[in-house]
Design a protein around this ligand. Structure first.
Ligand code: NAD
Length: 280
């Protein structure tokens, strides 16, 4: 029975959005045009306020507090998703930039957390389900040594952080390295997971943003001269916007992308191409 005065749309499929920060909210707002939204964040007040904003705009949204690095919390997210009748879309956006955490936290959130979420939701995926996991330009143009790669291919191992430090060597365990390795491994994770998702008729892809204007991105500019140098080489000579990322997420999770799986979409204004070819 419809509850008067609400925007409830029980007839719509569910999009689970992980991360209620800048890009997460842009993705949720876009997906809310045609999906119910379940938005999750470790910051429960942020998730709640995101859902309230979406509801105030006519969307059908609810919030859940979830720490993606905690398997119990991720299982609770999966149970809530199941209670809502399963999901059609996963937009996994939560992540930490190199200046937003220490080495271990960045590895846990960006890699272990993303893999825990994807694995917990996989049993609920069915024909037509699509998952997009946000990686980064930093995931490209780099191949780690074989012993590091072997550790990264087991992202939900309880000792991931210690095993990775041992493999990369003392002194290498910096937040910048954690960011590069975690985003690289997330991209490879989506390639490898595409078989299991495909067995359910479902798709999984990563999306690698270049330099995007978000509050997190602005903080990284303040802390990193290298980011200024990279920005100067972007062929389109500007930052990307959160709306442009939302466009790409909307496409990748739609039926128009129905044969796209196990791959990555770079949304970087041409920056990776410029860096690869030493453009002036
Ligand atoms: N902004 C850029 O230029 C850029 C470039 C490349 C990639 N990215 C990636 O885009 C994604 C989103 O960036 P953003 O600018 O929206 O970041 P943001 O900081 O605005 O949002 C990230 C959200 O993740 C949440 N979060 C952190 N740890 C969590 C945990 N353990 N469990 C659940 N939620 C957690 C935070 O509370 C926050 O709301 C990140 O994965 C980032 O690495 C951003």
């Amino acid at each position: 029975m419809h509850k008067l005065g609400t925007s409830d749309r029980p007839d719509w499929s569910l999009a689970v959005v992980i991360g209620a920060g800048g890009m997460g909210m842009a993705a949720a707002r876009r997906l809310s045009q045609h999906h119910r939204i379940l938005i999750a964040d470790i910051d429960s007040a942020r998730a709640k306020s995101a859902a309230e904003t979406l509801r105030a705009e006519g969307g059908d949204a609810s919030a859940i507090a979830c720490d993606i690095t905690d398997p119990t919390s991720v299982q609770a997210l999966a149970r809530e998703t199941e209670r809502k009748g399963g999901f059609r879309v996963l937009a996994h956006v939560a992540g930490l930039g190199p200046s937003a955490g220490d080495y271990g936290t960045i590895v846990r959130v960006n890699l272990a957390g993303a893999a825990l979420v994807a694995e917990a939701l996989l049993p609920l995926a069915s024909t037509g389900t699509a998952a997009v996991l946000i990686a980064s330009l930093a995931a490209h143009g780099y191949v780690p040594p074989a012993e590091v790669d072997a550790v990264l291919r087991d992202p939900t191992h309880p000792d991931l952080v210690a095993r990775l430090s041992a493999a990369i060597g003392a002194g290498q365990a910096t937040p910048q390295k954690a960011y590069q390795l975690s985003k690289y491994a997330l991209r490879i994770y989506c390639q490898r997971a595409s078989r299991a998702w495909g067995e359910r008729g479902a798709r999984i892809v990563s999306l690698s943003p270049g330099i995007i204007a978000t509050p997190m991105g602005a903080r990284e500019f303040d802390q990193s001269p290298r980011k200024h140098q990279m920005y100067a080489q972007t062929p389109l000579q500007r930052e990307g916007t959160m709306l442009e990322i939302a466009d790409a997420i909307e496409f990748l999770t739609s039926d128009r992308a129905s044969f796209i799986s196990g791959t990555d979409l770079l949304v970087d204004g041409g920056l990776f191409a410029a860096l690869s070819h030493n453009a002036p």
